[in-house]
Ligand binder design. Structure first.
Ligand code: PRP
Length: 213
């Protein structure tokens, strides 16, 4: 049995065409079922639905053989024990620094004062500001980061930006782009050895669908 870990939403939806290219069709719609293990048209392949931040954990410890996860999640989790053969070029967005409209970010950074930064992406934020030589106090949040500068919890946030609509709706502006994000295929290294042939077949089919040799 080959187990693929996916999260519901954009990653799941954008993975379906790649699975199709590998001859795999998921038999249930995750929005219509409460099931967490989804069968496919291939009896030897199943999909498990997990929280996006749990995908690397499932694959690292062998709860799934393969998984698809954003680069943001992968950096925060660390990539120990994970083989990363492909950038799938799906679920693209960016990680950026944003502040309240009218907040003088350039001055705050220049003055060498400590900046209070709220984020779910603590590792990415820590490394980015350390490389700039800016002192930051990081405040870990699990969602609704946009609220932090509006309530005085933080001066800035580090968050995912896609269309920019969420920032705009909350009167925030993007002041620095930290990195571009896309989803990656991750594979459990032991599974790659033990189930080499079926896993290789999937990796190769995904690669071919992406136009890679
Ligand atoms: C992300 C991010 C922003 C939003 C940005 O949240 O945290 O809130 O998307 O998208 P936009 O630029 O197109 O408006 P997501 O919906 O992934 O959920 P999350 O808050 O659980 O991370």
């Amino acid at each position: 049995m080959i187990t693929l870990a996916l999260s519901k939403g954009r990653i799941f939806d954008e993975t379906l065409p790649l699975l199709k290219a590998a001859g795999i069709e998921v038999l249930d719609d995750p929005d219509q079922t409460r099931k967490l293990i989804l069968a496919t048209n291939q009896p030897e392949v199943r999909v498990v639905l997990v929280r996006a931040t749990d995908v690397p954990t499932y694959v690292q410890y062998g709860g799934a053989d393969l998984g698809i996860t954003g680069l943001d999640t992968l950096i925060e989790h660390g990539s120990d024990g994970l083989y990363q053969p492909l950038d799938l070029q799906i679920a693209k967005c960016r990680v950026s620094v944003a502040v309240r409209e009218g907040y003088d970010y350039a001055a705050a950074v220049r003055q060498g004062a400590r900046l209070r930064v709220a984020t779910k992406y603590v590792a990415i934020a820590r490394e980015f500001f350390a490389a700039k030589g800016v002192h930051v106090d990081l405040i870990k949040l699990y969602g609704s980061m946009e609220l932090a500068p509006l309530t005085g919890l933080a001066d800035a946030i580090v968050d995912l930006v896609s269309t920019g609509n969420t920032l705009k709706a909350n009167h925030l502006v993007e002041v620095e782009r930290i990195m571009d994000i896309s989803s990656r295929l991750v594979v459990n290294q032991a599974a790659l050895k033990l189930k080499r042939e079926p896993i290789r077949k999937i990796i190769d089919a995904f690669g071919k669908a992406l136009g890679q040799p």
